[in-house]
Design a protein around this ligand. Sequence first.
Ligand code: NAD
Length: 486
Amino acid sequence: MTHNAQPTASHFVDGTYVEDASGTELPVIYPATGEQIAMLHSATPAIVERAMQSAQRAQIEWSAMTGTERGRVLRRAADIIRDRNRDLSVLETLDTGKPLQETLVADATSGADALEYFGGLAGAVTGEYIPVGNGDFVYTVREPLGVCVGIGAWNYPTQIACWKAAPALACGNAMVFKPSEVTPLCALKIAEILVEAGAPPGLFNVVQGLGDVGAALVSHEATAKVSLTGSVPTGKKVASAAAAELKHITMELGGKSPLIIFEDADLENAVSGAINANFYSSGQVCSNGTRVFVHRSLRDAFVARLTERLGNVVMGNPLDEATNFGPISNAAQLGIIESYIEKGLMEGATLAYGGSRIAGDGYYIEPTVFTDVTDAMTIAREEIFGPVMCVLDFDTEDEVLARANDTEFGLAAGVFTRDLARAHRVIGAIKAGSCYVNTYNLTPVEAPFGGSKSSGIGRENSKEAIGHYSEVKAVYVAAGDVEAPF
Ligand code: NAD
């Protein structure tokens, strides 16, 4: 069966699809079959300029509206997304290869949640009254930043676009969004829907391209803020470029998060947690708990039950709703994962499950579990961004805490135990932004999401995001005469 996902044009700028075929070609590959399903073009400097200028115009109009009016548009967009969930989910599956079983509940729906939540908050973005004596007072105004740039990774193209656009727009900003060159399709639909919901043309523009287009957007003089979801090396480049002009940033970067399973954990829940922490979206999730520390006394039972349950993986056509494990999003990433598996074997880890690529044109690889992993091994230190779980043994709480924190990353962490005091003690001592007790990888929009250390700066979602897409103006108002020294 052939698939065609060709959009009307490559970019969505100023309320309409636009094309400039002189831009570098960006073929879109369906990871399940390796077939080309669309051909887009990278944005030329002229397209970037049009996007930035129309965003500047739209932002003025948009920020003059009341928060409630802005919120109404965002909530309408959320409703349209929910109405079209199936079509959007199929597109997400074609764009990423993630199984429809997953995309139907995790992508457009999560995007709609963000638009609904921040739509609801938009009217509540207000300032404070601060009395300062003698009838004088200070009032504060929470103002938008202006034009924000969003740059996405390829694992959650719809969700990332919405998680960035929703708080940005709620605060009165405009956004120019560059999807990952690997998954350029879904954000275009969000741009279309926002206009349909009543957003002024130009408020949310989508321009395609590789890193050079991202860099051009970051350094554009009209850009007030950059929010990037991507790897740590890209984050360092983008943050440096933004810092050169003192622009605001949010960085959602990579991780190598610890999941600690104590001897008193509920085994079945711990195995479920470890599966969700490693194999959802074929392991292409930044917050994955890929270093699974299991207490030595529970280890054999844990590995036995885990490998038994991995027998229930249904790998295959992602558009078949029975499939629960899809291909890797792109061939380059598949190669990276294979080379990490080879390194794991070379460095002496034991392959307890999987490890092999599936023959054929799709980018499928088995869910993979390594045991006997030590802290120094490459597979335990570097982000693999694929379905590769490392099981590490431990004996004491102090030991596992020190080892869990011994990483440059600090995105997420999880603990499974029935001992509540220990759960909070351990999570309290772990340096990570998004933590879990007796579960893993749930990301409701109401909760802040983001990383510490090299995993990021700033937080997405929740009320926290409002602070990252606005700044405060303080206004001192005097009630009496002005005193001066001379
Ligand atoms: P990547 O860093 O290769 O690319 C991310 C985006 O940055 C792409 O759109 C790319 O075109 C753009 N880019 C590259 N160079 C640039 C430059 N110099 N200036 C501006 N933009 C540039 O990441 P990826 O491979 O697409 O995604 C995987 C990574 O993303 C993993 O490390 C993963 O952990 C991380 N990630 C993090 C989160 C999070 O929320 N923390 C979520 C998803 C993915």
